[in-house]
Design a protein around this ligand. Sequence first.
Ligand code: SD4
Length: 348
Amino acid sequence: MDRRDFLILPLAAAPLMFARHSMGQTWETRSSLKVTGPVAVSTWDSGLTANKAAWPILDKSGGALDAVEAAGRASEDEPSCCVGLAAYPDRDGRVTLDSCIMDGNGDCGAVSFLERIKHPVSVARKVMEKTPHVLLSGEGAQQFAVENGFQLESPKLSEDAEKEWKTWLEKSKYKPVMNIENRKPSGELSRVSAPHFFDDGSLNHDTMGTIAMDAKGGLAGMVTTSGMAFKMRGRVGDSPIIGAGLFVDNEAGAATSSGLGEEVMRICGTHTVVEQMRAGRSPEDACREAVRRVVRRDPQNKQAIQVGFVALAKDGRIGAFAVQKGFTYTVTSRQFPTGKTFAAKSHF
Ligand code: SD4
C-alpha cells in the first residue's frame, strides 16, 4: 500500500509538483530476503535513483563507500521534497541539509545544518577523510566545504519548494513568535517542531539512506536529507547522527532509518538494529526490536508518527520494519539488477 493511501486524510489535497513517491503502487513484502554478492539497499521507492548510481560501482567490484557516496549525490541531484537544495525549507524559508557517511571499519563523517552546498554527502566524506572530527555543523561546515572546493550555491528556493512553503505559511499563520512550538493545535502532533504530514496527506519524510555491501564483503552507508520540511530553524534530526540515522559495522551489518528523527535519536535507532543483528537476530527482527523501543515510549502517540528501519546483515540478508504501513525500501543486486522495491512490515 502506498504511503499516500494509508492515511484517511482530513485535509484538502493540494497536488504537489514533487514526486515524493510513486502513487498507487503495491509492493511485495519479504521477511527473509537474502542476496549474494554486492548489493545496495536504499530507503523508499525513490531509492531506485540512489541504487542506480551505486550499482555500476558495486557491479564492477568498486568499494561500498564510493557506491554509497554516488547514491547520495544522485539523490541530491534529483529535485525532491526532502533531499538536496531543491527540497523544502525550514520555517524561515532556508534549506538546511544533514548528511553522514560511514564504512564498516568505523570511519565516519557528517555535516548538519549545512546551507547552500549541493552535495552534503561528499562534504561528510571529506570531514571523515580530512579532519580528526566526525561532525561539522552550520556555518563551520559550510566554511569547510568551501575551503575544500565545494561551490556556494544560491540560497534561492526551488519554485516548488517556495510554493509549498508559502502555502504552509498561510495555513499555519506562522509568525516568528516565542514558544510557537508549545502551541497545541493538533494534540499529540504538537510535540514536534514540524508537521508530520504534508497537505496532500503524505508523510513529511523521504530521507535517502543507502547501505551497501561490495564484492569483498565490505559495508558502508550514507544518509542525506533536508530533514523535516518547515522544521524549526536549527533543528537537526537523526540523519547526520552516527548510531541514529546510520550505523555500519563490518562484523555485524548496516542499518539506516527514515521518519521522525527525534524518535530515532531517543533510542540510538540504527546502532540498536546493528547490535541486535550482532546478537543473532535477523535483519527484520532487529528492525522490529528498534521499532518496539520507539513505540513502547508513549504508545498512544505513535499512531501519528512514522519511523522505518532497514538493515543489511554481513551475510547478505536484508530486512526492514516500520511503525506504520507504507515504509518501503529498494534493493539492487545481481538478482535485482534494475532494482526492486519492497514494503516493510509494520507495528500498526
Ligand atoms: C529527520 N529522519 O530529519 C529525518 C526525516 C526523514 O524522510 O526521514 N525524512 O528526522
